[in-house]
Design a protein around this ligand. Structure first.
Ligand SMILES: [Zn+2]
Length: 310
C-alpha cells in the first residue's frame, strides 16, 4: 500500500471540465498538498494507506473557486456607507476612511480576515488590488491561499504613496520581496481610467509587458465615467485605452457594466476578460447587468466580490 496524507471520498466529484463530467464513486488521493490520483473509490481503498480518510457521503467536491476581483483588506470597512452611489461612496466615505486608517497593519489584518472568509467559502484563489500589496501578500502566504497581488496605481496621494510614479515604484519593489512564493503571482493594477493619467498608464503597460503579467483595472462601473472621460480626454474610456495600447496586453476589466456592444466586441477581440461584480448600485443604475449580452459578444466573464459593500 502506498502511503498518502488524505483520501477524500465525496458522493459526487465535479472536475474543472464542466457539469457533464460530474461523477459518482470516485476518490481523490492527496500527498504533500497535491492531488496524486483521482480514481474509483474501491480501487483507492486497496491502493492507498491514508493518514486521514475523509468519507463525504453527502457532498459534492468541486475545484477551488476563484475570486477575480478583491480589495481584500476592505473587509475591515464592510458595510460603511454602503447605501451610497459609487462616486459618493468613494468620495465621502471610503477615500476619507482610507486616508485616516489604511496602514501596512490594516492591510495585513484585513487581508487575513478576507482570506479566512474566502477559504471557508471554497475560494482558493483571489485577484487583489489594494494599497500596501506587500502586506496583503504576507497575509495571503500565511493563510495558504493562492493570490494575485496587484500593484495598485492612482494619481492621487494616500498614506501608501504620493503620486502615480510612487505607487508604481512601490508596487514593483513589493513584487521583488515576495518573488519565489509558489502561490503568489503579480498583476499591474491601475485603479481605473478616471483615476489614472495617460503617463501612468504608459508606464503600467511597459511594466506589464516587461513582467509578462496581466493588467487588472476597473472599467465603466458607472455611466458617468463615459461622460467624464469624453469631457476630460475627448475620448471614451475604451477608445482612450486603445490609444494608449492597453488592449494589446492581457487585461482583466472589472465591472464593464456600461460597455456598449461594439466595445464588448473590441474587448473580446483583445481576449480581455470582464470580472462581473454585482453591486446594489449597478442594479439600480441599469436594471439588469448585461452578462448574457457580453457572453453573446464573445467576452469571457468571471466573478469577483470587490470592496466592502458587496
Ligand atoms: Zn473594485
Amino acid at each position: 500500500m502506498e502511503s498518502i496524507d488524505t483520501l477524500i471520498e465525496p458522493a459526487f466529484l465535479a472536475p474543472v471540465q464542466g457539469p457533464e463530467h460530474v461523477s459518482k464513486g470516485l476518490a481523490v488521493a492527496i500527498r504533500d498538498g497535491r492531488i496524486v490520483a483521482v480514481l474509483p473509490a474501491n480501487e483507492a481503498r486497496l491502493r492507498y494507506a491514508p493518514k486521514t480518510h475523509l468519507p463525504l457521503p453527502h457532498h459534492l467536491l468541486i475545484p477551488g473557486l476563484v475570486n477575480t476581483h478583491t480589495h481584500a483588506a476592505m473587509t475591515l470597512m464592510r458595510g460603511l456607507a454602503d447605501d451610497l452611489p459609487l462616486m459618493r461612496w468613494l468620495q465621502e466615505a471610503i477615500w476619507p476612511a482610507e486616508a485616516r486608517f489604511v496602514s501596512p497593519d490594516f492591510v495585513y489584518h484585513g487581508s487575513l480576515l478576507a482570506a479566512a472568509e474566502m477559504l471557508r467559502g471554497g475560494i482558493t484563489t483571489c485577484n487583489d488590488m489594494y494599497f500596501y500589496p506587500e502586506a496583503a501578500a504576507r497575509a495571503f502566504v500565511e493563510m495558504g491561499i493562492r493570490a494575485v497581488a496587484g500593484a495598485v496605481v492612482l494619481d492621487f496621494p494616500s498614506p501608501y504613496a504620493r503620486d502615480a510614479d510612487d505607487y508604481l515604484n512601490k508596487g514593483l519593489s513589493a513584487f521583488e520581496t515576495f518573488k519565489g512564493e509558489p502561490l503568489l503571482s503579480v498583476a499591474m493594477a491601475p485603479h481605473a481610467p478616471y483615476s489614472v493619467c495617460d503617463a501612468a498608464f504608459k508606464r503600467v503597460i511597459k511594466a506589464s509587458e516587461h513582467l509578462d503579467c496581466p493588467i487588472h483595472l476597473h472599467l465603466l462601473e458607472t455611466a458617468h465615467e463615459r461622460e467624464e472621460s469624453q469631457a476630460r480626454f475627448g475620448q471614451t474610456p475604451v477608445a482612450r485605452l486603445e490609444r494608449l495600447g492597453l488592449w494589446s496586453c492581457k487585461v482583466l476589466a472589472v465591472h464593464g457594466v456600461f460597455l456598449t456592444e461594439p466595445e464588448q466586441e473590441r474587448l473580446a477581440r483583445a481576449k480581455a476578460a470582464v470580472a462581473h461584480c454585482p453591486s446594489s448600485n449597478m442594479k439600480l443604475a441599469c436594471g439588469i447587468a448585461p452578462v448574457a449580452q457580453m457572453q453573446r459578444n464573445g467576452l469571457s466573464i468571471c466573478l469577483g466580490t470587490d470592496g466592502g459593500r458587496k
